[in-house]
Ligand binder design. Structure first.
Ligand code: FNR
Length: 344
């Protein structure tokens, strides 16, 4: 087993080892107002969503995790089957490994083979050139391409990148690729300065993937012998903070949320803060590995039901109704917004 494939297996086992059902992504800092006479039936609720030509029947999806080894090929096959049974879109983990070593391609191709009609997102790092970006899409005939930005992860990984001149390359990818391109964090969140730089080069879809869920600073530190950089374990902006950072941009670019999404309430709060769709990674992997495929399908069905329950209580017939909800913010969050000059 080569080094990169071994790393993919380690990411899975460490994400499971550190998995926590209670996220720290800031969702407890916002509350809805209960509506006692919502004048709606559960059957009136339509939670379908769309962005940049991608139409999702369900507003959450399986976020980028894995592929690139024989173990993760099996996981990708199971995740693809779960996506097919539940109608969820699914992103794979970074295909960079398969672009370097074509013998690893099958661990991604299996996702399309298992779910021929599903919505599938490719995933690559920000230094992959446009030609290889196109190859990543063709590998799974994907519907969109995620390009991840992950400087803390790279820097904490001893074998990671040390050069971070990414913007020109991202711009070239956006210009060369005729499918939707989503620039995505990996759990460190985004500030409005980052989002402005990305929108300036023509990025149309941004996943702010904030901290509070799977923590790649912690995972990569654990992979180091002495965990020398563990003081960086809380680096980044939470998912809720990042959604507020993104709020002013949400009319011009499609904002997606991920990072520490652990309940249907987290999903609905993300949607009401302007997210067009919401990605979940570790909870689905954890459920698959601990409880199996059928239990995970059941869990996802419960999530769908939970979203409908909350939307019904709020009297929200669709996602745009959700965006009109008034939210109550904690004083900590208000202080953050004040210091950041964010009005809401
Ligand atoms: C990830 N994530 C990720 N993201 C990405 O863009 N490319 C990748 O290759 C990976 N690999 C990966 C492996 C594993 C095992 C996990 C759990 C996650 C990050 C993921 O897409 C997401 O941004 C974060 O995990 C935060 O979401 P959760 O896990 O808190 O729901």
């Amino acid at each position: 087993i080569n080094k990169q494939s071994h790393r993919k297996d380690e990411h899975v086992s460490l994400a499971i080892k550190f998995y926590n059902d209670n996220s720290n992504a800031g969702f407890d800092q916002i509350r809805f107002i209960h509506q006692g006479v919502p004048e709606i039936s559960v059957s009136d609720v339509d939670y379908s969503t769309s962005f940049d030509g991608i139409n999702m029947n369900v507003p959450f999806y399986i976020e980028a995790m894995t592929g690139g080894s024989s173990y993760t090929k099996k996981l990708n096959e199971k995740l693809a089957r779960i996506a097919k049974k539940t109608g969820l879109a699914m992103a794979t983990g970074s295909q960079s490994v398969a672009l370097k070593d074509s013998s690893e391609s099958s661990s991604f191709e299996i996702v399309r083979n298992t779910n021929p009609d599903g919505i599938i997102f490719s995933n690559i790092g920000s230094s992959v050139d446009p030609t290889n970006a196109q190859k990543a899409i063709e590998m799974m005939n994907s519907d969109a391409l995620e390009v991840h930005i992950n400087t803390p992860q790279e820097l904490i990984m001893p074998e990671g990148d040390r050069d971070f001149y990414w913007l020109d390359n991202i711009k070239n990818i956006v210009n060369a690729i005729d499918k939707p391109v989503i620039v995505k964090e990996v759990g460190f969140g985004m500030a409005k300065e980052t989002i402005a730089k990305l929108t300036d080069i023509g990025v149309k879809n941004i996943n702010i993937s904030g901290n509070g869920g799977t923590n790649f600073a912690r995972i990569e530190n654990y992979r180091r012998k002495h965990q020398e950089l563990s003081y960086l374990d809380n680096w980044g902006q939470s998912t809720v903070e990042s959604l507020f950072e993104a709020y002013a941009f949400s009319d011009d670019v499609n904002i997606l949320a991920s990072g520490g999404i652990r309940t249907p309430l987290d999903i609905v709060k993300s949607l009401s803060l302007g997210a067009k769709a919401v990605g979940m990674a570790a909870p689905i992997l954890y459920s698959l590995i601990k409880n199996g495929e059928d239990a995970t399908v059941e869990m996802i069905e419960e999530y769908k039901n939970g979203i409908k329950v909350i939307m019904t209580m709020l009297g929200a017939r669709n996602i745009s109704d959700l965006k009109k909800q008034k939210l109550i913010l904690s004083s900590d969050l208000l202080a953050y917004l004040k210091q950041r000059g964010i009005t809401y």
